[in-house]
Design a protein around this ligand. Structure first.
Ligand code: ADP
Ligand code: MG
Length: 718
């Protein structure tokens, strides 16, 4: 029987809206954050949050801000209605926390929203309710006190799965309390409270104050406030970075089970995984008991240096010159800690102390003036930097980045030497390891092809030309570059740079090594069913497992690869932030660790392990063929015979075929995810970190395809 192709139809708008609403409002916590930010944007001095059932039954946020005009109520909750942004360019200098007009609208798609508000000079307020973006009835006059009260009831009532998961897990209440505390520290002149519905006492209650320390004391208590020191850093050299930072950080007396890092960038509460990790590393390396910090930082950057629009919930931001800034903050914190700690723990003569204890502003000079030997970067004022890629808001900032090998390098080598001196004291054996790593990283520097580095450092990513090659523009030239080769090299280099300082990707299920190795061996094998060498394979698997178990300590400590005592792989290192490698390649990787690593010579050992990780983490095309080109055939199946599902040639134009939708959507996801990561993770990191080896100039990694000048000339002639 002929089967007709399924009809393609446009999704119901309400469904589309609900899907995207679920991205903006992921859980009660995110709804509260949006509502509190709206209240702050409205100039409130007092904000109170009330919750029932962790926010699932009820979230209520009341403020004393400027209120909402009667005329605006009908469109208040439509998507993309905002009072804060009108042109795209405004995004570059946005000061308010909201700007997309998406939050309230989203809430109406996943919950029941009631708004009560009064504006200055009115005798009464108005109340109305919203659903699916629309006002449900005329606003009704009502009594109201100054400001706005927004109530969300039955969050996710129409998203059964989400609601169930949230109901089954611990509720968001403690997280929301924590969020309120964070806001209270930063917005010290606003008073915040957070309570459970019906409770007479609030769990957080901050009083507006002019002192940051008082604000911290009122929410986190005296025991925290007592142990804090002021920390400051700044830089205003357009060549290296422009920023101002002030904050409070815990001293060596402070003890806590987990780190608290409260970070505001341009008054926006954000997370920055890289900075958080950098800070934790400093504490762990500097204080004897590997203490966890409490730290509040407020960083101010020129608004055009920060991209607030990279994340649907605006939680993660992307910064211009992020690495330089992190490096600087790290070293100020480090010297603060060492100064305060010196008399207690380190009473010796280390040279490094004198360099690392100068304050940031003083040491700036030495950091920002690269030594004459390798200085290539020319000064370009921010407003003159050209933007060529308007389609790429996340890459946009990075595209301006100028790689400054010298200053960067100096900063990091200072830090490395401080760390190594700390490690040396703890464990003298480790020095040797570090020198071999230093040798390897030096080789990267000396083997770097400066022209290619200029290209990767200043290129604009245009798109993927096929599965392996990306198209780049650099000045007036177009290049095809092999992303597999480039990413392999980048990962290799980053593994060596992050050596012994990895954070972990936790596998949801620890994977037994023997099984992984067997899988890899079968994959390699042309005749997987053949039994004769099954025993041999098992033997190989067993031996390799034993070997890796013996090397587990080294793999864990230096490379963040965790193998437990029963021979399961349970953690992998994060090499590029926001990137997880393709887990289908784990078996091959484990086999490669067992077979290809030279364990005897220390330097070669580290080099081969880093190369194996590079191979594994590289941005290979997903194993499933790309459905957007000819690969679609792969997903057709013959209903009568499952075995022929992948027989592409035979059935290619038979009408009987049906598509294996599950597999297809898995493949589509994998490809889309990869493309996203190439643009938003690989290229930004490459611009910052990659030092292309000379071999790449000739091995086909870079192919110049056109020079725009010549193209223009050709067009002129036509
Ligand atoms: P955004 O904050 O991105 O503009 P929202 O959906 O969060 O979008 O809010 C839409 C608009 O509603 C805001 O631009 C603001 O004008 C108004 N608004 C929301 N909450 C409040 C409030 N608590 N007080 C005053 N106005 C508010
Ligand atoms: Mg908002």
């Amino acid at each position: 029987m002929d089967m007709e192709p399924p009809r393609i139809h446009r999704l119901d708008e309400a469904v589309v809206n609900r899907i995207s609403a679920g991205e903006v409002i992921q859980r009660p916590l995110s709804a509260v954050k949006e509502l509190v930010e709206n209240s702050l944007d409205a100039g409130s001095t007092s904000i109170s949050v009330t919750l029932k059932d962790g926010g699932l039954k009820l979230i209520q946020v009341s403020d004393d801000g400027h209120g909402i005009r009667y005329e605006d109520l009908p469109i208040l909750c439509e998507r993309h209605t905002t009072s804060k942004l009108s042109k795209f360019e405004d995004l570059q200098c946005i000061k308010s926390m909201g700007f997309r007009g998406e939050a309230l609208a989203s809430m109406t798609y996943v919950g029941h929203v009631t708004v009560t508000t009064i504006t200055e000079g009115q005798l009464h307020g108005y109340r109305t309710t919203y659903r699916d973006g629309l006002m449900e009835h005329e606003p009704k006059p009502c009594a109201a006190v100054k400001g706005t009260q927004i109530m969300i009831e039955n969050l996710f009532y129409n998203m059964t799965a989400r609601r169930k998961t949230l109901q089954n897990s611990a509720d968001d209440y403690p997280k929301i309390v924590d969020l309120t505390c964070r806001f209270a520290i930063h917005h010290k002149s606003v008073s915040f409270s957070c309570r459970k519905h019906g409770a007479t006492r609030a769990d957080v209650h901050s009083v507006a104050t002019s002192s940051r320390l008082d604000a911290i004391r009122s929410v986190y208590g005296l025991s925290v406030a007592q142990q804090l020191m002021i920390v400051e850093a700044s830089d205003d050299d357009p060549l290296s970075s422009i920023f101002k930072m002030e904050g409070l950080m815990s001293n060596f007396n402070y003890t806590a089970k987990k780190a608290t890092v409260v970070l505001f960038i341009n008054d926006r509460l954000v997370e920055c995984g890289a900075l958080k990790r950098a800070i934790e590393i400093v504490y762990a390396a500097t204080l004897p008991k590997a203490s966890k910090p409490f730290i509040y930082l407020s960083i101010k950057l020129p608004p055009e240096h920060i991209d607030v629009n990279v994340h649907p919930t605006k939680r993660e931001v992307s910064l211009l010159k992020q690495e330089v800034i992190i490096e600087k903050i790290q070293s100020v914190i480090e010297s603060k800690l060492r100064n305060s700690n010196e008399s207690r723990t380190f009473q010796e003569q280390q040279r490094i102390d004198s360099t690392s204890s100068v304050s940031m502003t003083e040491s700036k000079d030495s950091l920002s003036h690269p030594s004459p030997s390798g200085s290539r970067s020319q000064k370009v004022p921010v407003h003159k930097m050209v933007r060529t890629d308007s389609q790429d808001p996340a890459g946009r900032l990075h595209a301006y980045l100028q790689i400054k090998p010298c200053s960067n390098h100096k900063g990091s080598s200072l830090l490395t030497s401080v760390r190594s001196s700390v490690r040396q004291r703890r464990n003298p054996r480790e020095t040797a390891d570090l020198s071999s790593i230093q040798q390897l990283t030096k080789e990267i520097d000396s083997g770097c092809h400066s022209e290619l580095q200029d290209i990767v450092g200043h290129c604009t990513y245009i798109g993927m030309a096929d599965d392996v090659f990306a198209l780049l523009q650099h000045n007036t030239h177009l290049y095809l570059v092999n992303v597999v080769n480039l990413s392999k090299e980048l990962i290799y280099q980053q593994v060596l740079r992050r050596f012994a300082h990895f954070t972990a990707i936790q596998l949801s299920n620890p994977a037994p090594l023997p099984e992984l190795i067997m899988l890899a061996l079968k994959e390699e094998d042309l005749d997987p069913e053949g039994n004769e060498d099954a025993e041999l394979k098992e033997k190989i698997a067993e031996m390799n497992t034993e070997l890796l178990k013996q090397k587990a300590e080294l793999l864990e400590e230096y490379f963040g690869i965790h193998i437990d005592s029963s021979g399961n792989l349970s953690r992998l290192p994060i090499v590029l932030d926001q990137y997880t490698p393709d887990m289908d390649r784990v078996p091959e990787f484990i086999l490669c660790l067992g077979n290809d690593v030279e364990w005897e010579d220390e330097r070669t050992c580290f080099q081969t392990i880093a190369a194996a990780i590079g191979n594994f983490y590289a941005f290979h095309p997903p194993l499933l063929p790309n459905p957007s080109d000819n690969g679609l055939k792969f997903y057709k199946r013959d209903p009568s015979d499952g075995h022929e599902m992948r027989d592409t040639a035979k059935n290619s134009d038979s009408v009987k075929e049906d598509i294996d939708h599950e597999l297809l959507s898995e493949a589509e996801n994998a490809w889309a995810q990869r493309e996203w990561s190439i643009q938003h993770v690989l290229f930004p990191s490459m611009r910052l970190f990659l030092k292309p080896p000379t071999s790449m100039a000739t091995n086909g990694t870079f192919v110049k395809v056109a020079s725009l000048e010549k193209l223009y000339k050709i067009f002129e002639r036509c």
